[in-house]
Design a protein. Structure first.
Length: 911
């Protein structure tokens, strides 16, 4: 399909809605005519898009139709480019002086634009004539029945990474038993074999997440398609350092290739208890199996779980090993149960309506027991009403797909992909730009899609709300897989299944996406490429390359030589919209970035960049600036001219030589003097407080997420009063200058009923939580984190009576009463409870009916807690329990009371 048409339509919509465009009617006649011409093109593209949306994947095998699609795609790209040029010159016109507008000089660009638009009108008319003359049979293969959309009023629970575990309990138990029964005196290899879509990765991840905390070092590594043993060993070395929460003794990249194996052996053998769990997922090369056995075979306590789809890889295992599992398709009962869980998630029992049972059974049978196919099909059908005609049509369409493609997983994915509306397909296309198995942040994707124009206007308060709905639909359809949920249950990270990604990459190539890892590849990339990925760029050869139509550049993990490549790309890519240089070795940003008039998204996260050039002030359409974990401590003075900024994400690494403490591990951004120029700003994270901050915040009423650091006692009254007036605020972080600075929260009386997330780091004046933020607003809070404070009395009893809807509660370094009580029938919605470094606490009690939904409790570093909390055995919903660094007598009391027997079955326990 021509996903480019959707982009062109979105671009037209945005351009025509711009204030600069609406003012053009006051100028010369040639300019007055432009909006009318553009609207005619919009109407033509809308009709073409509607026709394309009705097509199934049959067109893929028709050469003539594909040629016509390519022609439409080219025209759509031209429209997108022209509309951006149109908006740029209109914006310049809006900001020019009156005398300049009296001259004829400003008409030049618009004459050129008008001529191009006229030509596109003619070409679109010609395209329509071509289709009528030669392709009249198309347009009858798609869906003929209008389908109801999922009600926007219904908000289902967010899916979790383990929601699709059906029929896998026996396998999970078996592999878990292998792990636990393996001898610590030797290394142990376990092999899982199964075809793509059978659930190898899901099973391995399930076991890994349940068991990883039993091991000093643990790592889950997705082995890339062309991964070498050297690259794999470097990954393992990095993961060892990360898992032990300490940097490697030397840079992993600097270790010679012939020393990697010995270095891995040395580091693992130095572990205190020698226990190590490594999962190698989706191994394709038998040599990796042989070499891993060579490296790990004599290391006691090491467990290796290896998953593969290749029988020749599984054949490389030790013939004497009994720890081998070949996965089988789900039986019909489990397959139908999994399908219904996905397709009918809106109902409490996920039961199939009787009128579509026969069609549901037919769809499940065609999935052949393959979990990936089943969940994709179920996700697609979950968005359709239980109407016989619609479900019968789905069966017919899937049968046709299977006639064209014998691979059942591929057939279902093709059907699901082409069932999606164009804007969702575009969002998914952009996800394919990230490396295989890359974990994508929900928040980052939402901002990227908005910046790129993938989010269509709708009756919604913000584009973010629409983009969030897009994200959740892609997850529901299983086009994106959940990797992790945050502490309140929201999906936080996701990835694309490699089979899904492979399918999407075929479409991406047609839509002018490209990738390269060295100069040789990039130099042969088509010059009309619009989306370019330069992941892991290591080439030192960086002659200039230019891509005049480039709109998105994503370079993850590139070396410092990328800095030399950027000026040429910037100077020749004026349409660039998205720039992601995350995790790359760059230390400076070329001043030529200011020439990118269309740039809307910049991410320099995890780079060594120390400052931004003054030229960023010329980025009139900049929407998101992400400089988290860089060296940037202040923004350029003129940045206030970038008035469309909606998200500023910044916290700098502590400067070299500065003192880093547990209380402060980063440096907040100095607030720009022109902060109030950002009238559309929604996210401000994290800035330092100063005497002008209160006045500035009072003029930024669109803010939704705010993080303020370095707050002193003297600033509290005015600052908190201003924060309280932010009527759309949803998330707030407040941090004192240090752990000893007392903050008064008397003026923190939030007016926003949306404020559900509150984090406070620092002392509370009066050593009490008895403030309006809890007494008047506490019932709106779902997330609360308090740290480094002294509270007289029991904070749990106070919060239990004022914050009934908390889902996450963390108390870190809170000095309090010796006895803590979780009151009766309180915290009934709490899912996660974290108590850390509270030396005063020696007793705990769980009241009757408290914590009815709790799933995880982490109690760490309470050195005086010597007895098991009374009532803990009543927590029947508990899935994870960590009891670490407590009094020595605690374990004795635990065993004496036989608590392991009394706790819920399957509990993940660390003690």
């Amino acid at each position: 399909m021509a996903e480019a048409v959707v982009f062109a339509l979105a671009k037209i919509s945005v351009s025509l809605a711009g204030s600069a465009i609406s003012g053009l009617r006051e100028h010369a006649s040639i300019i007055k005519e432009l909006p009318g011409k553009v609207r005619r093109i919009e109407a033509q593209l809308s009709i073409i898009n509607g026709a394309l949306q009705q097509q199934d994947s049959a067109y893929l095998s028709d050469h003539a139709y594909m040629k016509w699609i390519a022609y439409i795609r080219t025209l759509a790209y031209q429209v997108e480019d022209i509309m951006d040029t149109y908006s740029h010159h209109a914006h310049q016109l809006e900001n020019r002086g009156f005398m300049w507008k009296l001259t004829q000089e400003y008409l030049g660009p618009f004459r050129s634009i008008s001529a191009e638009i006229t030509k596109i009108e003619e070409n679109l008319k010609h395209a329509t004539e071509l289709k009528q003359a030669w392709l009249e049979n198309y347009g009858h293969h798609g869906q003929q029945i209008m389908e109801a959309e999922l009600s926007q009023d219904y908000i289902p629970a967010e899916p979790s990474w383990d929601q699709d575990f059906v029929g896998m309990d026996g396998n999970t138990t078996l592999v878990t038993e292998w792990l636990r029964s393996a001898s610590d005196s030797e290394s142990t290899f376990m092999t899982l074999l199964g075809a793509g879509g059978l659930g190898n990765t899901t099973l391995a991840m399930d076991v890994y997440k349940r068991e990883k905390d039993r091991f000093r070092v643990h790592s889950f590594i997705a082995v890339e398609r062309d991964c070498t043993m050297d690259a794999l060993m470097r990954k393992i070395l990095l993961e060892i350092g990360s898992s032990m929460e300490q940097p490697p003794s030397e840079s992993v990249d600097s270790i010679p290739a012939n020393q990697l194996k010995e270095e891995a052996k040395r580091r693992i053998s130095k572990l205190r208890d020698g226990r190590c769990l490594i999962v190698l997922d989706n191994v394709r090369d038998p040599r990796i199996y042989f070499e891993m056995r060579d490296v790990m075979s004599n290391l006691p306590g090491v467990r290796i779980i290896l998953t593969t789809r290749k029988t020749q890889v599984a054949a490389a295992r030790d013939p004497s090993s009994s720890r081998f599992l070949q996965l089988q398709p789900l039986d019909h009962i489990d397959a139908l149960r999994l399908f219904c869980r996905k397709a009918f998630f809106k109902t409490n029992d996920s039961k199939c309506p009787p009128n579509v049972e026969v069609f549901a059974t037919s769809l499940v049978n065609m999935c052949k027991g393959l979990p990936l196919a089943i969940v994709a099909m179920g996700g697609m059908m979950s968005l359709k009403p239980p109407v016989e005609q619609i479900w019968n049509q789905a069966c017919v369409r899937l049968q046709k797909e299977l006639e064209r493609n014998a691979d059942h997983v591929q057939a279902v994915l093709n059907l699901s992909y082409h069932d999606m509306p164009g804007h969702l397909r575009n969002c998914l296309l952009y996800c394919s730009m990230f490396p295989e198995d890359y974990h994508m942040s929900r928040e980052s994707l939402v901002r990227l899609w908005i910046a790129e124009g993938s989010v269509l206007a709708a009756n919604s308060p913000t584009p973010e709300t629409i983009a969030e709905a897009y994200f959740m639909e892609l997850v529901r359809r299983n086009m994106l897989q959940v990797v992790d949920n945050d502490v309140v249950g929201r999906v936080s990270t996701c990835k694309m299944h490699d089979i899904v990604r492979k399918m999407v990459l075929v479409v991406a190539k047609e839509e002018r996406f490209a990738s390269a890892t060295d100069y040789s590849t990039v130099s042969h990339t088509a010059k009309d490429v619009r989306h370019l990925a330069l992941h892991g760029w290591k080439d030192t050869n960086t002659p200039p390359v230019k891509f005049p139509r480039l709109r998105r550049l994503v370079a993850l993990g590139a070396n410092s030589c990328l800095t030399k490549l950027l000026p040429a790309i910037f100077s020749g890519s004026s349409f660039l919209t998205v720039l992601v240089l995350q995790d790359s070795g760059i230390s400076e940003v070329p001043a030529s970035i200011g020439s990118l008039f269309n740039l809307r998204y910049i991410s320099l996260r995890y780079t060594q960049v120390k400052s931004l050039p003054e030229s960023v002030q010329r980025l009139a359409y900049l929407d998101t600036l992400d400089v988290r974990q860089t060296r940037v401590q202040r923004l350029p003075q003129g940045v206030g001219k970038a008035r469309k900024l909606r998200h500023i994400l910044a916290d700098a690494c502590c400067p070299d030589g500065s003192q880093q403490s547990e209380f402060r591990s980063f440096t907040a951004l100095e607030p720009p003097k022109a902060l109030t120029s950002f009238g559309e700003l929604q996210t401000l994270e994290t800035v330092q407080a100063n005497k002008d901050m209160a006045m500035k915040l009072a003029r930024m009423m669109q803010l939704r997420s705010v993080s303020i650091d370095n707050i002193s006692s003297a600033l509290c009254a005015e600052l908190f009063a201003s924060v309280s007036k932010l009527q759309f605020l949803t998330s707030l972080l407040l941090s004192a200058t240090d752990e000893h600075e007392p903050l008064s929260f008397q003026n923190l009386v939030p007016k926003s009923s949306y404020l559900s997330r509150l984090t406070v780091r620092g002392s509370w004046l009066g050593k009490t939580l008895d403030y309006p933020v809890f007494k008047e607003h506490g019932r709106n809070l779902a997330y609360l984190s308090l740290s480094w404070c002294l509270v007289l009395g029991d904070p749990l009893q106070f919060l239990g009576s004022h914050c009934p809807h908390l889902e996450y509660l963390c108390l870190h370094r809170v000095q309090s009463a010796n006895s803590l009580v979780l009151p009766e029938r309180c915290f009934r919605e709490l899912k996660n409870l974290v108590l850390e470094r509270m030396p005063d606490v020696s007793q705990m009690k769980v009241g009757d009916g408290a914590l009815q939904c709790v799933q995880a409790i982490h109690i760490t570093a309470l050195p005086n807690l010597d007895k098991v909390p009374q009532g803990m055995e009543s927590l029947t919903t508990l899935k994870k329990l960590s009891l670490l660094d407590l009094h020595n007598d605690f374990i004795v009391d635990w065993e004496k009371k036989e608590m392991s027997r009394k706790m819920p079955l399957g509990l993940e326990l660390r003690i």
